[in-house]
Design a protein around this ligand. Structure first.
Ligand SMILES: Nc1ncnc2c1ncn2[C@@H]1O[C@H](COP(=O)(O)OP(=O)(O)OP(=O)(O)O)[C@@H](O)[C@H]1O
Ligand SMILES: [Mg+2]
Length: 353
Protein backbone atom coordinates (compact mmCIF):
# COMPACT_ATOMS: atom_id res chain seq x y z
CA UNK A 1 0.00 0.00 0.00
CA UNK A 2 1.14 3.53 -0.79
CA UNK A 3 0.07 6.20 1.67
CA UNK A 4 0.19 9.95 1.19
CA UNK A 5 0.00 11.57 4.60
CA UNK A 6 -0.55 15.33 4.43
CA UNK A 7 1.97 15.71 1.60
CA UNK A 8 2.85 19.16 0.27
CA UNK A 9 5.32 20.03 -2.47
CA UNK A 10 6.52 23.59 -2.72
CA UNK A 11 9.08 24.24 -5.48
CA UNK A 12 11.93 26.70 -4.84
CA UNK A 13 10.14 29.42 -6.86
CA UNK A 14 7.19 29.21 -4.44
CA UNK A 15 4.84 27.17 -6.66
CA UNK A 16 2.72 24.86 -4.56
CA UNK A 17 2.26 21.86 -6.86
CA UNK A 18 0.69 19.54 -4.28
CA UNK A 19 -1.14 20.82 -1.24
CA UNK A 20 -1.79 18.73 1.85
CA UNK A 21 -2.54 15.54 -0.07
CA UNK A 22 -3.75 12.57 1.93
CA UNK A 23 -4.74 9.37 0.17
CA UNK A 24 -4.11 5.64 0.03
CA UNK A 25 -3.32 3.51 -2.99
CA UNK A 26 -4.18 -0.02 -1.81
CA UNK A 27 -2.03 -3.04 -2.64
CA UNK A 28 -3.03 -4.89 -5.79
CA UNK A 29 -5.34 -2.12 -6.99
CA UNK A 30 -5.24 0.58 -9.63
CA UNK A 31 -5.50 4.06 -8.15
CA UNK A 32 -5.92 6.78 -10.76
CA UNK A 33 -4.92 10.41 -10.26
CA UNK A 34 -6.92 12.58 -12.63
CA UNK A 35 -7.32 16.30 -13.04
CA UNK A 36 -6.62 19.28 -15.31
CA UNK A 37 -3.15 20.19 -16.55
CA UNK A 38 -0.90 21.51 -13.81
CA UNK A 39 -2.90 20.08 -10.90
CA UNK A 40 0.11 18.20 -9.56
CA UNK A 41 -0.40 14.67 -10.91
CA UNK A 42 3.15 14.12 -12.17
CA UNK A 43 4.63 15.75 -9.09
CA UNK A 44 2.61 13.44 -6.84
CA UNK A 45 3.71 10.38 -8.80
CA UNK A 46 7.37 11.35 -8.77
CA UNK A 47 7.36 11.87 -5.04
CA UNK A 48 6.60 8.16 -4.66
CA UNK A 49 9.90 7.06 -6.24
CA UNK A 50 11.71 10.16 -4.99
CA UNK A 51 12.44 11.70 -8.36
CA UNK A 52 11.01 14.65 -6.42
CA UNK A 53 11.11 14.91 -2.65
CA UNK A 54 8.13 16.12 -0.67
CA UNK A 55 8.44 19.42 1.24
CA UNK A 56 6.08 18.41 4.02
CA UNK A 57 4.25 15.30 5.10
CA UNK A 58 5.09 11.66 4.51
CA UNK A 59 4.77 9.08 1.79
CA UNK A 60 4.79 5.52 3.06
CA UNK A 61 5.37 2.31 1.14
CA UNK A 62 3.81 -0.51 3.14
CA UNK A 63 4.25 1.65 6.24
CA UNK A 64 7.89 2.59 5.56
CA UNK A 65 8.60 6.27 4.78
CA UNK A 66 10.11 6.50 1.28
CA UNK A 67 12.41 9.25 2.58
CA UNK A 68 14.17 6.59 4.64
CA UNK A 69 14.91 4.40 1.60
CA UNK A 70 17.83 5.18 -0.71
CA UNK A 71 16.45 6.09 -4.17
CA UNK A 72 18.21 3.24 -6.07
CA UNK A 73 16.83 0.66 -3.63
CA UNK A 74 13.41 2.27 -3.71
CA UNK A 75 13.26 2.31 -7.51
CA UNK A 76 14.16 -1.35 -7.82
CA UNK A 77 10.73 -2.12 -6.43
CA UNK A 78 8.92 0.48 -8.52
CA UNK A 79 8.34 0.27 -12.27
CA UNK A 80 7.85 3.59 -14.06
CA UNK A 81 6.08 4.10 -17.38
CA UNK A 82 5.83 7.45 -19.13
CA UNK A 83 4.19 8.98 -22.16
CA UNK A 84 5.82 8.03 -25.49
CA UNK A 85 7.45 5.17 -23.59
CA UNK A 86 10.80 6.99 -23.25
CA UNK A 87 12.72 4.09 -24.75
CA UNK A 88 16.47 4.29 -25.34
CA UNK A 89 16.68 4.98 -29.08
CA UNK A 90 20.02 3.25 -29.65
CA UNK A 91 19.14 0.03 -27.88
CA UNK A 92 17.28 -2.86 -29.40
CA UNK A 93 13.83 -3.64 -28.00
CA UNK A 94 15.08 -6.70 -26.14
CA UNK A 95 17.80 -4.67 -24.44
CA UNK A 96 15.41 -1.82 -23.64
CA UNK A 97 13.18 -4.27 -21.80
CA UNK A 98 16.18 -5.82 -20.03
CA UNK A 99 17.42 -2.43 -18.75
CA UNK A 100 16.68 -3.02 -15.08
CA UNK A 101 17.80 -6.69 -15.02
CA UNK A 102 21.14 -5.55 -16.52
CA UNK A 103 21.41 -2.88 -13.81
CA UNK A 104 20.70 -5.55 -11.23
CA UNK A 105 23.63 -7.54 -12.59
CA UNK A 106 21.73 -10.39 -14.19
CA UNK A 107 23.77 -12.21 -16.81
CA UNK A 108 22.91 -11.38 -20.39
CA UNK A 109 21.22 -14.67 -21.17
CA UNK A 110 18.88 -14.56 -18.19
CA UNK A 111 18.05 -10.86 -18.72
CA UNK A 112 17.25 -11.42 -22.39
CA UNK A 113 15.21 -14.50 -21.56
CA UNK A 114 13.14 -12.44 -19.18
CA UNK A 115 12.76 -9.72 -21.82
CA UNK A 116 11.47 -12.23 -24.39
CA UNK A 117 8.98 -13.57 -21.87
CA UNK A 118 7.69 -10.04 -21.21
CA UNK A 119 7.49 -9.22 -24.90
CA UNK A 120 4.99 -12.03 -25.23
CA UNK A 121 3.19 -11.05 -22.05
CA UNK A 122 2.41 -7.56 -23.39
CA UNK A 123 1.17 -9.00 -26.66
CA UNK A 124 4.11 -8.31 -28.95
CA UNK A 125 5.66 -10.59 -31.55
CA UNK A 126 9.06 -12.04 -30.64
CA UNK A 127 10.29 -10.89 -34.05
CA UNK A 128 10.26 -7.29 -32.78
CA UNK A 129 12.98 -8.01 -30.21
CA UNK A 130 15.82 -7.18 -32.59
CA UNK A 131 14.37 -3.91 -33.81
CA UNK A 132 15.09 -0.38 -32.61
CA UNK A 133 12.35 1.81 -31.07
CA UNK A 134 11.97 3.99 -34.19
CA UNK A 135 10.98 0.85 -36.13
CA UNK A 136 7.91 0.35 -33.93
CA UNK A 137 4.50 2.03 -33.96
CA UNK A 138 3.53 4.29 -31.07
CA UNK A 139 1.29 1.62 -29.57
CA UNK A 140 4.03 -1.01 -29.81
CA UNK A 141 6.54 1.33 -28.18
CA UNK A 142 4.09 1.95 -25.36
CA UNK A 143 3.77 -1.82 -24.81
CA UNK A 144 7.56 -2.10 -24.70
CA UNK A 145 7.52 0.67 -22.09
CA UNK A 146 5.17 -1.42 -19.95
CA UNK A 147 7.29 -4.54 -20.46
CA UNK A 148 10.41 -2.64 -19.42
CA UNK A 149 8.73 -1.42 -16.25
CA UNK A 150 7.71 -4.98 -15.40
CA UNK A 151 11.13 -6.53 -16.10
CA UNK A 152 12.30 -6.90 -12.52
CA UNK A 153 8.79 -7.80 -11.37
CA UNK A 154 8.36 -4.78 -9.08
CA UNK A 155 5.32 -4.82 -6.77
CA UNK A 156 4.56 -1.18 -7.61
CA UNK A 157 3.96 0.39 -11.00
CA UNK A 158 3.76 4.15 -11.61
CA UNK A 159 2.25 5.17 -14.93
CA UNK A 160 2.23 8.79 -16.08
CA UNK A 161 -0.18 9.31 -19.01
CA UNK A 162 1.25 6.20 -20.65
CA UNK A 163 -1.39 5.99 -23.38
CA UNK A 164 -2.02 9.62 -24.21
CA UNK A 165 0.20 9.79 -27.28
CA UNK A 166 -1.58 7.06 -29.26
CA UNK A 167 -4.80 7.21 -31.27
CA UNK A 168 -8.12 6.38 -29.58
CA UNK A 169 -8.41 2.86 -31.04
CA UNK A 170 -4.92 1.81 -29.96
CA UNK A 171 -5.50 3.50 -26.64
CA UNK A 172 -8.60 1.40 -25.99
CA UNK A 173 -6.64 -1.77 -26.78
CA UNK A 174 -3.79 -0.77 -24.47
CA UNK A 175 -6.25 -0.01 -21.67
CA UNK A 176 -7.86 -3.41 -22.06
CA UNK A 177 -4.47 -5.12 -22.07
CA UNK A 178 -3.46 -3.29 -18.93
CA UNK A 179 -6.59 -4.57 -17.22
CA UNK A 180 -5.88 -8.09 -18.45
CA UNK A 181 -2.26 -7.91 -17.26
CA UNK A 182 -3.36 -6.52 -13.93
CA UNK A 183 -5.81 -9.38 -13.43
CA UNK A 184 -2.81 -11.74 -13.69
CA UNK A 185 -0.17 -9.67 -11.90
CA UNK A 186 -2.03 -7.76 -9.17
CA UNK A 187 0.43 -4.89 -8.98
CA UNK A 188 -0.09 -1.81 -6.89
CA UNK A 189 -0.56 0.73 -9.66
CA UNK A 190 -0.77 4.50 -9.51
CA UNK A 191 -1.94 5.72 -12.89
CA UNK A 192 -1.98 9.37 -13.95
CA UNK A 193 -4.24 10.71 -16.68
CA UNK A 194 -6.16 13.87 -17.54
CA UNK A 195 -8.79 11.79 -19.33
CA UNK A 196 -11.76 11.09 -17.05
CA UNK A 197 -13.05 8.24 -19.22
CA UNK A 198 -9.71 6.48 -18.94
CA UNK A 199 -9.77 7.06 -15.19
CA UNK A 200 -13.23 5.55 -14.87
CA UNK A 201 -12.35 2.58 -17.03
CA UNK A 202 -9.12 1.68 -15.28
CA UNK A 203 -9.44 2.84 -11.71
CA UNK A 204 -10.47 0.76 -8.74
CA UNK A 205 -10.34 4.16 -7.05
CA UNK A 206 -10.11 7.54 -8.69
CA UNK A 207 -8.62 10.64 -7.07
CA UNK A 208 -9.77 13.87 -8.71
CA UNK A 209 -7.30 16.71 -8.14
CA UNK A 210 -7.86 20.40 -8.74
CA UNK A 211 -5.26 22.98 -9.75
CA UNK A 212 -3.17 23.85 -6.73
CA UNK A 213 -2.72 20.16 -6.01
CA UNK A 214 -5.72 19.71 -3.73
CA UNK A 215 -7.73 16.52 -3.60
CA UNK A 216 -11.31 17.17 -4.69
CA UNK A 217 -12.65 13.61 -4.32
CA UNK A 218 -11.37 10.09 -3.88
CA UNK A 219 -13.91 7.40 -4.72
CA UNK A 220 -14.69 4.31 -6.75
CA UNK A 221 -15.69 5.25 -10.32
CA UNK A 222 -19.29 4.30 -9.70
CA UNK A 223 -19.55 6.55 -6.66
CA UNK A 224 -17.82 9.38 -8.49
CA UNK A 225 -20.44 9.26 -11.24
CA UNK A 226 -23.41 8.99 -8.91
CA UNK A 227 -22.22 11.27 -6.11
CA UNK A 228 -19.73 13.89 -7.28
CA UNK A 229 -18.68 15.85 -4.21
CA UNK A 230 -18.98 19.33 -5.74
CA UNK A 231 -19.42 21.39 -8.92
CA UNK A 232 -15.78 21.07 -9.91
CA UNK A 233 -15.96 17.26 -9.92
CA UNK A 234 -19.38 17.31 -11.59
CA UNK A 235 -18.10 19.49 -14.39
CA UNK A 236 -14.93 17.48 -14.75
CA UNK A 237 -16.97 14.31 -15.14
CA UNK A 238 -18.79 15.83 -18.12
CA UNK A 239 -22.31 15.70 -19.42
CA UNK A 240 -23.37 12.10 -20.02
CA UNK A 241 -22.69 11.11 -16.44
CA UNK A 242 -26.03 9.31 -16.15
CA UNK A 243 -25.47 7.09 -19.18
CA UNK A 244 -21.90 6.36 -18.15
CA UNK A 245 -23.05 5.34 -14.72
CA UNK A 246 -25.00 2.50 -16.32
CA UNK A 247 -21.61 0.86 -16.96
CA UNK A 248 -21.62 0.00 -13.29
CA UNK A 249 -25.18 -1.26 -13.08
CA UNK A 250 -25.32 -5.03 -13.43
CA UNK A 251 -27.72 -6.89 -15.70
CA UNK A 252 -28.05 -9.54 -13.05
CA UNK A 253 -31.69 -9.85 -12.15
CA UNK A 254 -32.84 -8.03 -15.27
CA UNK A 255 -36.25 -9.52 -16.08
CA UNK A 256 -36.12 -11.72 -19.18
CA UNK A 257 -38.83 -13.27 -21.30
CA UNK A 258 -38.27 -16.76 -22.64
CA UNK A 259 -41.47 -17.04 -24.66
CA UNK A 260 -40.35 -14.76 -27.49
CA UNK A 261 -38.07 -17.18 -29.33
CA UNK A 262 -38.78 -19.40 -32.28
CA UNK A 263 -36.60 -22.18 -33.73
CA UNK A 264 -35.23 -21.54 -37.17
CA UNK A 265 -37.64 -23.34 -39.55
CA UNK A 266 -39.56 -24.71 -36.58
CA UNK A 267 -42.24 -24.16 -34.03
CA UNK A 268 -42.57 -21.91 -31.03
CA UNK A 269 -43.54 -18.40 -30.10
CA UNK A 270 -46.93 -16.78 -30.32
CA UNK A 271 -48.13 -14.97 -33.41
CA UNK A 272 -49.73 -12.42 -31.08
CA UNK A 273 -46.33 -10.95 -30.30
CA UNK A 274 -45.09 -8.00 -32.38
CA UNK A 275 -41.54 -9.43 -32.51
CA UNK A 276 -40.07 -12.91 -32.28
CA UNK A 277 -36.44 -13.88 -32.07
CA UNK A 278 -35.26 -16.66 -34.37
CA UNK A 279 -32.63 -18.98 -32.84
CA UNK A 280 -30.56 -21.65 -34.55
CA UNK A 281 -30.01 -25.32 -33.68
CA UNK A 282 -27.37 -24.44 -31.09
CA UNK A 283 -29.60 -21.86 -29.45
CA UNK A 284 -27.72 -18.87 -30.86
CA UNK A 285 -29.64 -15.79 -32.09
CA UNK A 286 -30.24 -15.44 -35.84
CA UNK A 287 -32.49 -12.37 -36.15
CA UNK A 288 -35.81 -10.81 -35.29
CA UNK A 289 -38.96 -11.25 -37.32
CA UNK A 290 -41.97 -9.01 -37.08
CA UNK A 291 -44.74 -11.20 -35.63
CA UNK A 292 -44.80 -14.79 -36.81
CA UNK A 293 -44.69 -13.73 -40.46
CA UNK A 294 -41.79 -15.30 -42.27
CA UNK A 295 -39.72 -12.84 -44.25
CA UNK A 296 -36.91 -10.41 -43.58
CA UNK A 297 -34.73 -11.08 -40.56
CA UNK A 298 -34.04 -7.88 -38.67
CA UNK A 299 -30.79 -7.20 -36.79
CA UNK A 300 -30.36 -7.97 -33.11
CA UNK A 301 -27.99 -6.89 -30.33
CA UNK A 302 -26.76 -9.13 -27.52
CA UNK A 303 -25.34 -8.74 -24.04
CA UNK A 304 -23.78 -11.27 -21.69
CA UNK A 305 -26.41 -11.84 -19.06
CA UNK A 306 -25.29 -10.96 -15.54
CA UNK A 307 -21.82 -9.95 -16.73
CA UNK A 308 -22.28 -7.07 -19.15
CA UNK A 309 -23.60 -3.82 -17.76
CA UNK A 310 -26.96 -2.16 -18.25
CA UNK A 311 -25.19 0.17 -20.64
CA UNK A 312 -24.45 -2.80 -22.91
CA UNK A 313 -28.00 -4.11 -22.57
CA UNK A 314 -29.39 -0.73 -23.56
CA UNK A 315 -26.92 -0.44 -26.41
CA UNK A 316 -28.01 -3.87 -27.66
CA UNK A 317 -31.66 -2.79 -27.61
CA UNK A 318 -30.87 0.33 -29.62
CA UNK A 319 -29.23 -1.81 -32.34
CA UNK A 320 -32.47 -3.56 -33.15
CA UNK A 321 -35.77 -2.28 -34.58
CA UNK A 322 -37.48 -4.62 -32.09
CA UNK A 323 -36.27 -2.37 -29.26
CA UNK A 324 -35.45 -5.53 -27.29
CA UNK A 325 -32.03 -6.79 -26.35
CA UNK A 326 -30.97 -10.41 -26.39
CA UNK A 327 -29.41 -11.94 -23.28
CA UNK A 328 -26.84 -14.63 -24.08
CA UNK A 329 -24.58 -16.87 -21.99
CA UNK A 330 -20.84 -17.53 -22.30
CA UNK A 331 -21.45 -19.88 -25.21
CA UNK A 332 -23.52 -17.37 -27.11
CA UNK A 333 -26.78 -19.20 -26.45
CA UNK A 334 -29.92 -17.15 -25.91
CA UNK A 335 -30.95 -17.01 -22.26
CA UNK A 336 -33.91 -14.76 -22.86
CA UNK A 337 -35.05 -11.39 -24.14
CA UNK A 338 -35.13 -8.09 -22.26
CA UNK A 339 -38.09 -6.15 -23.58
CA UNK A 340 -38.49 -2.38 -23.45
CA UNK A 341 -40.67 -2.77 -20.36
CA UNK A 342 -37.99 -4.79 -18.57
CA UNK A 343 -35.28 -2.31 -19.56
CA UNK A 344 -37.50 0.56 -18.43
CA UNK A 345 -38.00 -1.07 -15.06
CA UNK A 346 -34.27 -1.63 -14.61
CA UNK A 347 -33.48 1.94 -15.64
CA UNK A 348 -36.00 3.30 -13.15
CA UNK A 349 -34.35 1.19 -10.46
CA UNK A 350 -30.90 2.42 -11.47
CA UNK A 351 -32.11 6.03 -11.31
CA UNK A 352 -33.32 5.38 -7.78
CA UNK A 353 -29.78 4.43 -6.90
N1 LIG B 1 10.50 22.19 -11.04
C1 LIG B 1 9.43 22.98 -10.92
N2 LIG B 1 9.53 24.23 -10.45
C2 LIG B 1 8.45 25.01 -10.32
N3 LIG B 1 7.20 24.64 -10.58
C3 LIG B 1 7.02 23.40 -11.04
C4 LIG B 1 8.11 22.50 -11.26
N4 LIG B 1 7.63 21.33 -11.73
C5 LIG B 1 6.30 21.48 -11.82
N5 LIG B 1 5.93 22.73 -11.42
C6 LIG B 1 4.57 23.28 -11.34
O1 LIG B 1 3.81 22.47 -10.46
C7 LIG B 1 2.47 22.36 -10.92
C8 LIG B 1 2.12 20.88 -11.05
O2 LIG B 1 2.91 20.30 -12.07
P1 LIG B 1 2.72 18.81 -12.54
O3 LIG B 1 3.72 18.52 -13.58
O4 LIG B 1 2.69 17.96 -11.34
O5 LIG B 1 1.26 18.87 -13.18
P2 LIG B 1 0.40 17.75 -13.94
O6 LIG B 1 -0.88 17.62 -13.19
O7 LIG B 1 1.22 16.54 -14.14
O8 LIG B 1 0.07 18.46 -15.33
P3 LIG B 1 -0.04 17.84 -16.82
O9 LIG B 1 -1.41 17.23 -16.91
O10 LIG B 1 0.08 19.05 -17.70
O11 LIG B 1 1.07 16.87 -17.00
C9 LIG B 1 2.40 23.12 -12.21
O12 LIG B 1 1.89 24.40 -11.94
C10 LIG B 1 3.84 23.21 -12.67
O13 LIG B 1 4.06 24.36 -13.42
MG1 LIG C 1 1.99 15.54 -15.83
Amino acid sequence: MITFDAVTKRFPDGTVAVDDLTLEAPTGEITVLVGPSGCGKTTSLRMINRMIDASEGKILLDGVPVQSIAPPTLRRGIGYVIQQAGLFPHRKIVDNIATVPYLLGWDRKRARGRAMELLERVGLDAALAGRYPFQLSGGQQQRVGVARALAADPPVLLMDEPFSAVDPVVRTTLQEELLRLQSELNKTIVFVTHDIDEAIKLGDKVAVLRVGGRLAQLAAPKTLLSEPSDDFVREFLGHDRGIRRLQFVSTEGLRLRTDLTVRQGGEGGSSEEPWLLVVDEQGGPVGWIAGARPGELEPFGTFLYGRDSMRSALDAALLSPSGCSVAVDDEGKVVGVATREALDEALAEAADG
